[in-house]
Design a binder for this molecule. Structure first.
Ligand code: FES
Length: 181
């Protein structure tokens, strides 16, 4: 046994740095171009979650408001006028419509049955603007005709636009000023 080992030690051994003389065997699949795959991992906090969707802001800023106070038409026994209140988005409604929408009586007895329905042809929807006239439109030609000899503060409610879409504030209206006591 010792003799066999000594014989093996006499056989030549390849140098460690000698290149391999065998060429590699290529199978059909090994001739394909190498493919590269990249995987990207998204941190959990950055990935969209159906249980916590990103909120979409669609809200518009609030529109300017006009606050209205309606006095009268007649003072009570204590001398104070009854007051009704309403509010409207600036520049979106006529004073007549605001009053009707809020069930605030606009017409005197005759106007109740004979008004033109807001067409500007009966002159029965008269109000007095006690305060806040700068928040309203200017008198229209229809008003100039019907209110020519009336106080400057009188308006036809069906011709009066409350606000100009940008302003806000308070308007005080005397109902049926022709009845004012
Ligand atoms: S409702 Fe007729 S003029 Fe205003």
């Amino acid at each position: 046994m010792a003799a066999a080992a000594s014989l093996l030690s006499l056989l030549p051994r390849p140098a460690p740095s000698q290149p391999c003389r065998f060429s590699p065997v290529h199978s059909p699949s090994s001739r394909r171009k190498p493919s590269i795959s990249i995987s990207i991992s998204i941190p959990h906090s950055a990935a969209p979650s159906s249980s916590n969707p990103t909120p979409v802001t669609t809200e518009e800023p609030p529109k300017p408001q006009i606050e209205l106070e309606f006095l009268g038409p007649k003072a009570g026994a204590d001398g104070a006028y009854p007051v009704d209140k309403a509010s409207a988005v600036s520049g979106e409604k006529l004073l007549r419509n605001i009053m009707l929408d809020n069930k605030i009586e606009l017409y005197a007895a005759y106007g109740k049955v004979m008004n033109c329905g807001g067409g500007g042809s009966c002159g029965t929807c008269i109000v007095e603007i006690v305060d806040g006239k700068d928040l309203l439109n200017e008198r229209t030609n229809t008003e100039q005709r019907y209110l020519k000899k009336k106080p400057e503060s009188w308006r036809l409610a069906c011709q009066t636009i409350v606000g100009n879409k940008e302003n806000s504030g308070k308007v005080v209206v005397q109902r049926m000023p022709q009845w004012k006591t």
